[in-house]
Write a new protein. Structure first.
Length: 262
């Protein structure tokens, strides 16, 4: 094998390795960092990642803002949609603390389970700021009662209020009004949700993502921007064509190497 053929073979291998990396990539949406327009000086910013593996969808929802001073600084949900996915098709499997996260002023079920304080469902038509389905700890009168496995850890049996909403990793639990300094259990940093029913879905199909704060729809709702900007996951067909083209190039190289001389 000459140098040209070796180079072509290496490029093919790298190309298919890159395919594998993209296949396991997540669709990540992040809001712009803003000062809470509802009240105060707190910086609001959140992120959500959507990852599909076979039948399972994993959503990691994180508050990456500044110190939380009032309920309208607390991340209580995310709205989203997916091309070709009717609302309500996904089945909630679990809601657990993401590694490194904890609960302030409260506890969890064994294994960091907080599912009894979160719900998933299609919102009332026209009710949500964006998307046709959502995950929420406050309900907002749109997504109904708790739908993830777990016990009611605090407050009413149905999801309601600010309890078990998400504060930021940078939050100082000793500052702010009573609602965020001991009156309600709050999750610091992040929650990981899993669903079944994602067969055939692609991460690239997610959109209309927005982050909901507080306990009412007139409180902050921040649009989520794809990160990095632009298409996050190339179409699988593109990779196939690219790989086949390179393989053909390698074959041509071998053919030229072993053709009998005239």
């Amino acid at each position: 094998m000459n140098k040209k053929q070796k180079l072509l073979s290496c490029v093919v291998c790298l190309g298919f390795l890159q395919c594998a990396n993209y296949a396991s990539a997540s669709a990540v949406f992040t809001s712009n960092a803003i000062v809470n327009p509802f009240a105060g000086t707190s910086i609001l910013q959140s992120t959500a990642s959507f990852t599909i593996a076979g039948d399972v969808l994993t959503v990691v929802l994180s508050n990456i803002g500044g110190d939380v001073e009032r309920p309208s600084d607390v991340l209580t949900g995310v709205w989203f949609s997916h091309v070709g996915l009717p609302p309500g098709v996904l089945t909630p499997v679990s809601a657990v603390l993401t590694a490194g996260s904890s609960v302030l002023f409260g506890g969890t079920d064994p294994g960091g389970v907080v599912g009894g304080e979160w719900a998933y469902g299609p919102p009332v038509v026209g009710g949500a700021p964006s998307g046709n389905q959502g995950i929420s700890s406050s309900g907002l009168g749109l997504v109904g009662g708790a739908s993830f496995p777990g016990t009611n850890l605090q407050g009413p049996a149905g999801v309601d209020g600010v309890q078990y909403g998400i504060t930021s990793a940078a939050d100082n639990p000793g500052t702010g009004n009573a609602a965020v300094t001991g009156s309600n259990a709050l999750i610091q940093s992040s929650v990981t949700f899993t669903f079944s029913g994602a067969t055939g879905l692609l991460e690239s199909g997610f959109g209309e993502v927005s982050f909901q704060y507080g306990t009412a729809l007139n409180e902050p709702n921040l649009p989520g921007n794809p990160f990095p900007p632009g298409p996050a996951i190339p179409e699988p067909a593109s990779f196939v064509i690219w790989g086949l083209t390179l393989l053909c190039g390698t074959a041509v190289g071998f053919r030229g190497r072993f053709q009998p001389t005239k």
